[in-house]
Design a binder for this molecule. Sequence first.
Ligand SMILES: NC(=O)C1=CN([C@@H]2O[C@H](COP(=O)(O)OP(=O)(O)OC[C@H]3O[C@@H](n4cnc5c(N)ncnc54)[C@H](OP(=O)(O)O)[C@@H]3O)[C@@H](O)[C@H]2O)C=CC1
Ligand SMILES: O=C(O)C1=N[C@H](C(=O)O)C[C@H](O)C1
Length: 217
Amino acid sequence: MKYGLIGRNGRMGNEIYNLFSEKGHQLVFSYDKSGEFFEEKPEILIDFSLPEAFNKVIEYVDKFKVPLVIGTTGLDENQIKQLHEISQNIPVVQSYNFSIGIQVLLRLTKLADSLLKDVDIEILETHHRFKKDKPSGTAKMLKDVLNKDVNISSIRVGNVPGDHTVYFGTLGEVITISHRALSRRTFAEGVLKSAEFAIKSIAGFYTFNDVFNLTIN
Ligand SMILES: NC(=O)C1=CN([C@@H]2O[C@H](COP(=O)(O)OP(=O)(O)OC[C@H]3O[C@@H](n4cnc5c(N)ncnc54)[C@H](OP(=O)(O)O)[C@@H]3O)[C@@H](O)[C@H]2O)C=CC1
Ligand SMILES: O=C(O)C1=N[C@H](C(=O)O)C[C@H](O)C1
């Protein structure tokens, strides 16, 4: 596929570019703080940048009228609302985490919560020192599936790609459910699956859960 990448020069942009190149996909457009690269109209846009670039993302989606896969975290309510609005005309796949393992962690978290009574629940997320947002988007997704007021602790150390743990503590025992991304390649692989999914889909708002469901059914 011919794709466009917003945030091409970043850690994730680089990982996505390497994986997509290995698989024979061609970067024909990119946008970063340093400016724009344009070779031809892309068939799909991918955004892994920062919320500050969001207006440009919407502008480019409007211009190219192609599907969007967006992994940028720290988006506000209004930005999420805008993604829902544009999804009336194009397929949008949005997720704060594109790893398969986090899909499993979300399900395990929901299951543990449904089975335990009189339990204290805490979420801990650990990321590299360069991460700008806190708490992580994934921690917010975990809180959303629990659908209750759960405390999130955040640690920023070294070069950790992304660790998430949910603690369930009763007076007699503690269950911890953890996920560790070993590298950013795992996210890039999810992005590739999502791009292939989006290109074949009709307009609508999708998440990585929809992409994951296809891989297990
Ligand atoms: N959903 C998921 O699975 C994952 C999501 N993420 C999220 O992806 C995003 C990127 O992460 P990461 O690659 O580590 O971040 P980096 O800081 O390494 O990269 C950010 C990229 O965005 C560009 N950028 C930043 N601000 C602007 C702006 N105002 N206008 C245009 N371009 C801009 C930067 O351009 P320049 O280089 O020119 O400064 C850079 O290319 C983050 O939001 C992160 O939380 C990360 C991993 C997985
Ligand atoms: O910024 C990162 O690096 C990551 N961000 C995502 C998040 O905020 O949840 C996903 C992953 O943990 C890596």
